[in-house]
Design a protein around this ligand. Structure first.
Ligand code: BJ8
Length: 424
């Protein structure tokens, strides 16, 4: 930790005492969960470095951008179309919302029976412990779930916030509403940055974000191999970092990692033996540094081969068509692509059920773990339908409802052990 960093954090209004506690806690956890893994691809070194310097270089880049007159736009959901942010020469950052550390601070204001993701994100602002939040000129929220949309009203009393309305159905009417939201977002970003989003700029941004999606698709496809060439924990980390790292650097690093992982597949080299039980995790997203469930599963002798989640396939599966000539055509293509995200906020959401079955087969899993953040009612209720569909397909399912704390780790381990015993 350099003196320069401390000065930067002070300038950003960070509560240094609390922030020291956060970083001091992160080091040993990372050592235990990540660095203790055996046989990792060398390409993970970059991602270890990024976590080791989590509030250093990247924050400095954002700050430099702001000093040069640029804007930083923070988000919590994969529905916010980042192409528009890049096209206006602003930088989008997916905010961390995956630690218990910021939850008690949030509970001073928010009801306790709120999902951990909402409390964690709010707590970072309230406790002034996140330099990414502090570096941002605007937080863009969405109306995906009731807890989030009400939290954004409170958050707006502490930070500039703009909320996009995500419809709850996928009818033609809803699609028009969402397209209108995307057009309105363009104006918000243009006003924030003072930069016009031209057809050329938008096309370049779309191509680049698609390129990152392709790189992540490549990584996930490699996880289909048996033996699996990379641990679920490592793959999860790569996706988590992709939310806030520079997009060009991320593409380069993920592709370099894939080159190495590809040669592992060619040589039949895996991180775990070929008969290790393969697990698909489906459900709520796992924002950095939420590694809890992956760690429990992989410590118990399973391997996570895919995440049907917004920190997994929902983040990169669909590309935006790159052939629009005008800004309007491109915005419509963007709106259409984002409406293909199968978040549990939609009703009905049959496409997600289809996806879970498809992914379970493609990744040849032995079982699915449905991951539900406590107090997330959309995913909890949808899990009933997930259970019925998987039962029909003969695919074993374990339903987990948890938060970010360590309190239930022992109990979860017992349930995971019993599940693995059953599917082995
Ligand atoms: S598109 S999954 S990233 S909303 S877990 S805060 S839903 S109570 S995170 Fe999500 Fe966008 Fe949907 Fe994906 Fe609410 Fe549930 Fe908490 Fe959630």
């Amino acid at each position: 930790m350099t003196t320069d960093n401390r000065q930067m954090w002070t300038d950003l209004g960070i509560d240094l005492e609390r922030h020291d506690m956060l970083l001091n806690a992160l080091g040993p956890i990372y050592q235990e969960i990540y660095l203790s893994q055996k046989n990792r691809p060398e390409g993970m070194g970059f991602f270890d470095f990024v976590v080791g310097d989590i509030h250093g270089i990247r924050v400095r880049e954002l700050r430099q951008h702001a000093m040069n007159g640029g804007k930083v736009v923070a988000t919590y959901c994969v529905f916010v179309p980042e192409e528009l942010v890049w096209a206006a020469d602003a930088i989008p950052v997916g905010l961390c919302a995956g630690t218990q550390f910021s939850v008690p601070i949030a509970e001073e204001v928010l009801p306790r029976n709120t999902c951990a993701l909402i409390k964690s994100s709010f707590g970072f602002k309230l406790g002034r412990t996140c330099p990414y939040v502090q570096s941002s000129h605007l937080i863009v929220g969405e109306t995906t779930c009731d807890g989030k949309k009400k939290m954004f009203e409170i958050l707006a009393q502490y930070h500039p916030v703009y909320v996009m309305e995500v419809p709850n159905k996928k009818t033609q009417l809803s699609r028009e509403l969402w397209a209108g939201e995307v057009f309105a977002f363009k104006e918000v970003i243009e006003k924030l940055t003072g930069n016009e989003i031209t057809a050329d700029k938008l096309s370049q941004a779309t191509k680049q974000v698609n390129e990152r999606r392709r790189a992540l698709q490549r990584l996930y496809n490699l996880r289909k191999a048996r033996p699996v060439p990379i641990s679920g924990k490592d793959a999860l980390l790569v996706t988590q970092v992709a939310f806030y790292d520079d997009v060009a650097r991320c593409i380069q690093q993920v592709n370099a990692l894939c080159d190495e992982v590809e040669s592992r597949v060619t040589n039949g080299k895996g991180v775990f033996p070929a008969d290790t039980p393969r697990i698909l995790i489906s459900g709520s997203p796992m924002a950095i540094p939420n590694w809890k469930l992956h760690h429990i599963l992989e410590s118990a002798g399973a391997v996570v081969v895919c995440e049907e989640s917004c920190i997994g396939t929902r983040f990169f599966t669909d590309l935006v068509p790159e052939n629009g000539d005008t800004v309007e055509e491109q915005l419509r293509a963007i709106a259409k692509r984002y409406m293909q995200i199968h978040c549990a906020c939609f009703t009905p959401n049959d496409e997600r059920l289809d996806d879970i079955v498809r992914l379970a087969k493609e990744y040849q899993v032995d079982g699915v773990v449905h991951y539900n953040l406590q107090f997330c009612h959309t995913y909890a209720n949808e899990a009933v339908r997930v259970e019925r569909v998987l039962e029909k397909e003969g695919i074993p399912l374990l339903r987990i409802e948890t938060d970010y704390s360590d309190e239930d780790v022992g109990q979860l381990r017992t349930r995971v052990d019993a599940f693995l015993e059953m599917i082995r």
